[in-house]
Design a protein around this ligand. Structure first.
Ligand SMILES: [Zn+2]
Length: 597
């Protein structure tokens, strides 16, 4: 846990970070000299609640949305009738909440979760309902088509003049993007997002729309959901595709984020309660929620602090206030011999990490139940509803600070072009961790000391001087199209020019299968890992080639995509045809260019 004293530095250089960690307070005037944008005031976070303390109040005076419920809980009304995969002593640790959520998929007697048609109708009903309120607007927006031809849809809710991106921007209010069920076998998230949609449209959460806009994608992967499968129809995991954008599902979310520019993105998932843990550790998993914000290289320091202080801490308090337990997000390889546990990865490929490279606050919430069918479903939904409500409340509470913070970060990132170092590759830090699990016989807590890869402390494996921009050859159309889907500004060269830059020369190459923290990715893309040397030279920039300047807010995303010698890069994943198609431009070019429309 980093004891942030936010008087101590906004720059993301290691030196400033060290100073912050040492508690050395640098004068704010030094920092103000770096930018014309005033530093946002940093409101100290309340102390973390002690284990025995009464729960800290949530940051908003809205109770976790009770959903559409209100009928008293009778055990038989809760759809938890399938035989439990563990005994009563364990199940008793997870009693249903004191309310019953009633989305279509949670109705008594249902055996399947809410269908795609039911989601569409539900969203349309909420949009119609909110639009009847004075001064409010809501619409169901078509954002793309899944691999099997299903519409991908978002519900936009605002008190602006309309539901298009410009109208939301014009409100001056932060927009929260809520994404559910990127993994088809993790149903609680989408059911919870239907509850949240209704609470925003006609329930207790309506007041937050006075301060924020909300965009909800309840089910990002409908093909996977139909089959109860993790991945998309092609077998690709869309949550490893947010940099490359090979799947139409990831493309739809990228386009949505590019157009609506969310200040905050919450990505709702479920994790396995039993999984390989029972065999590896003789234990079951305990926590109602696992949480993690972005943990990847080159993140602006202020963003990480907002993640921690403005979002994660209130979120922990909100969950605790509902009697729900939480831990950092972690996972483990299916290889039973590998007993390492890893936090969520540091590669710039997940929504959690890529959204932060677009300077959004991003938060992953995973509830306990990807392998539990309908068991404890009310509690799983309640956990998501509580977490999402906290994130909406934190955003409403911090709306004015966020309104200063994000433009500040955009400027700070832009101002780093041609300066300092940027990290090309980072890794987690091995540690040991006392993780609470459950005894599968008694259901009691038990502490298991595990080898734990921490994503909270990144080790730099490779760094380079940050270029002024990247040159891309005229044959780089696919890479350019993907960058632009992200919202990266790309310029087309109009007249022949010469650029001083670094050319990449390949020194070695190894074939590789795509890996994540769990090990080899099933159906992962064929990729390779190359090592390169840099050679300073003059690049002939022909008309029709491209220039990607780094003096733009999405510079860190461009670095993740275009430095070629990583697993995640466009080159390693064949979105660029050769190393000769990219070069690092090391001084401000004087080129005649046009911005792509
Ligand atoms: Zn997931």
């Amino acid at each position: 846990m980093l004891p942030f004293d936010f008087t101590s530095g906004a720059a993301s250089s290691p030196r400033h970070l060290r100073s912050a960690l040492l508690g050395i307070v640098a004068p704010l005037t030094l920092l103000a000299a770096c930018t014309s944008v005033p530093l946002p005031p940093w409101v100290p976070a309340p102390p973390r609640p002690a284990a025995s303390a009464t729960p800290a109040p949530s940051t908003i005076q809205v109770e976790p949305a009770p959903g559409v419920q209100t009928s008293p809980v009778a055990p038989s009304s809760v759809i938890e009738s399938a035989p439990a995969p563990y005994n009563d002593a364990v199940a008793a640790r997870f009693p249903p909440p004191s309310m019953v959520y009633k989305t279509p998929g949670l109705q008594a007697g249902r055996t399947n979760f809410t269908t795609q048609d039911e989601i569409h109708n539900w969203l349309r009903d909420q949009a119609a309902s909110l639009s009847r309120s004075v001064g409010a607007k809501a619409a169901v927006v078509f954002i793309g088509t899944s691999q099997q031809g299903q519409p991908l849809e978002a519900l936009v809710l605002t008190r602006g003049s309309g539901t298009d991106p410009a109208a939301l921007q014009a409100t001056g209010r932060p927009t929260v993007l809520l994404v559910g069920q990127q993994h088809g076998d993790e149903p609680a998230a989408s059911e919870a997002l239907l509850v949240i949609a209704r609470e925003l449209a006609q329930g207790l959460l309506q007041p937050v729309l006075e301060r924020i806009n909300v965009v909800i994608v309840p089910r990002a992967n409908p093909d996977g959901a139909d089959r109860g499968e993790h991945a998309t129809a092609s077998g690709l995991d869309m949550n490893r595709d947010h940099l490359l954008l090979n799947t139409p599902e990831a493309q739809a979310l990228a386009r949505l984020a590019r157009d609506y520019r969310p200040t905050v993105v919450l990505d709702a998932h479920e994790y396995m309660a039993i999984g390989p843990y029972l065999q590896k550790f003789g234990s079951l998993q305990k926590f109602d929620a696992l949480l993690q914000y972005a943990t990847t290289a080159n993140l602006p320091e202020f963003l990480a602090k907002a993640d921690e202080e403005w979002y994660r801490r209130p979120l922990l308090a909100a969950l605790k206030g509902q009697g729900l337990s939480a831990e950092w997000y972690y996972t483990t390889s299916p290889d039973l011999a590998d007993k390492k546990i890893s936090m969520g990865g540091v590669q710039p490929d997940t929504g959690r990490n890529v959204d932060a490279l677009k300077n959004s606050v991003s938060m992953l919430v995973e509830t306990r139940g990807a392998d539990l069918g309908r068991l404890h479903i009310q509690r799983r939904v309640h956990t998501h509803v509580t977490a999402i409500t906290s994130v909406l409340g934190s955003t409403a509470q911090r709306a004015s600070e966020l309104g200063q913070l994000i433009p500040y970060i955009d400027k700070e990132v832009s101002a780093q072009a041609c300066k300092g170092q940027s990290v090309v590759e980072a890794a987690m830090t091995p540690a040991q961790y006392d993780l609470l699990m459950l005894d599968p016989v008694t259901g009691a807590d038990k502490t298991v000391t595990v080898d734990w890869n921490s994503a909270l402390a990144l080790q730099t494996l490779k760094s380079r001087v940050r270029p002024c921009g990247y040159w891309l050859s005229a044959s780089s159309g696919t890479a350019v199209e993907r960058l632009r889907l992200h919202g990266v500004q790309v310029l087309r060269v109009l007249e022949p020019g010469a650029l001083l830059g670094d050319i990449y020369r390949e020194t070695s190459r190894a074939g590789a299968v795509a890996r994540d923290v769990r090990g080899t990715m099933a159906n992962g893309p064929a990729t390779f890992k190359t090592e390169v040397a840099l050679m300073r030279g003059v690049i002939d920039a022909a008309p029709g080639s491209y220039y990607v300047p780094l003096n733009q807010p999405l510079a860190n995303l461009a670095i993740a995509a275009l430095e070629p010698d990583t697993h995640s890069s466009f080159f390693a994943n064949r979105l660029l045809d050769s190393l000769a198609s990219t070069a690092r431009v090391m001084s401000e070019p004087s080129l005649k260019t046009e911005a792509l429309p």
